[in-house]
Design a protein around this ligand. Structure first.
Ligand code: CP
Ligand code: NVA
Length: 308
């Protein structure tokens, strides 16, 4: 069953096919009304269930618009509105949904909930963010890099600054599978997931954990950051203080390559992980990155449903 739970399982060939399809399909529908269906309507008659345990703007709209553009439809709900919220098990929920829809997308507090859903659903399951990873977002980031530079991601140099969170973990997986260099500037005590680091390290790829922003961004072609306080976490003064030396400022960007891209999955907190001058400045590609969630989601759906 082709689940999209992380960036390691589809392997390099699967990720490459998804990226190529996203670029191709984006170009093919240039100028069409946003609600118009792609000419080949490859998912006509298919239904995607979308379940959210946490808030979402980009993921919700991109998957919903994406399935429509592919000729299919969606059912969108929060977990709290389902019997899940009253204690029905995820196993039983999976078995029921698997009898009714063609694929399930879940944004979950816990990665193990996602894995249990995938084990019992009998239809493809997509990770729309967990505490451990955010693979769809990182695919949109890579698509944005390739679109802006006109080069494949393999062999490029990326820096990630800030919290060793779900975004950092997915970037680590991507670097190891697709073969790009990733330097993570993360303060002590906020490292990425150890299991993700260990597995990626065995796979290959160049992944380095450093303790200063300048060491991380030196010569990088892309600088990525994310919120210092993820959904479900409480803001702590101590953490914000530890993160401050890793804020993406114009001075930090100046140490990267001259035309380095700035990426952020959003939502952003100007004055915390990034200054307004950077995110609203000429090197920022965050709006293309947000739009590309739509195009990459469509390719991920096609891969999951055996259409690539
Ligand atoms: N970047 C991202 O996943 O955004 P949402 O939380 O708005 O879906
Ligand atoms: N790390 C963030 C990503 C939001 C898209 C979070 O989990 O809240």
């Amino acid at each position: 069953m082709p689940h999209f739970l992380d960036l390691a399982t589809p392997k390099a060939a699967g990720l490459r096919a998804i990226l190529d399809e996203a670029h191709r399909r984006k170009a093919a529908r240039a100028g069409m009304p946003r609600g118009a269906v792609d000419a080949d309507a490859p998912l006509a008659g298919h239904v995607l269930a979308m379940i959210f345990e946490k808030p979402s703007t980009r993921t919700r709209f991109s998957f919903d618009m994406g399935i429509r553009q592919l000729g299919g439809s969606s059912i969108v709900t929060s977990a709290g509105d389902m019997q899940l919220g009253r204690g029905e098990t995820i196993e039983d929920t999976a078995r029921v949904l698997g009898r009714m829809v063609d694929a399930v997308m879940l944004r979950s507090n816990s990665h193990s909930t996602l894995e249990t859903l995938a084990e019992h659903a009998g239809v493809p399951v997509i990770n729309a963010l967990t505490d451990i990873s955010h693979p769809c977002q990182v695919m949109a980031d890579i698509m944005t890099f390739e679109e802006r530079t006109g080069r494949p991601v393999a062999g490029s140099t990326w820096a990630y600054l800030g919290d060793g969170n779900n975004m950092a973990n997915s970037l680590i997986e991507a670097a190891s599978v697709l073969g790009f260099d990733l330097r993570l500037g993360v303060p002590h005590g906020y490292d990425p997931d150890q299991a993700v680091m260990a597995t990626a390290g065995c796979r290959g790829g160049s992944i380095d954990l450093v303790r200063s922003a300048s060491a991380a961004v030196d010569g990088a072609e892309v600088v990525v950051t994310d919120t210092w306080v993820s959904m479900g976490q409480t803001s702590a003064k101590e953490k914000l203080a530890a993160m401050m030396p890793f804020q993406v400022t114009e001075a930090v960007m100046a140490k990267a390559q001259p035309n380095a891209l700035f990426l952020h999955c959003l939502p952003a907190h100007r004055g915390e992980e990034v200054t307004a001058a950077v995110i609203d400045g000429p090197q920022s590609a965050v709006w293309d990155e947000a739009e590309n969630r739509l195009h990459i989601q469509k390719a991920i759906l096609l891969w999951c449903l055996g259409k690539l």
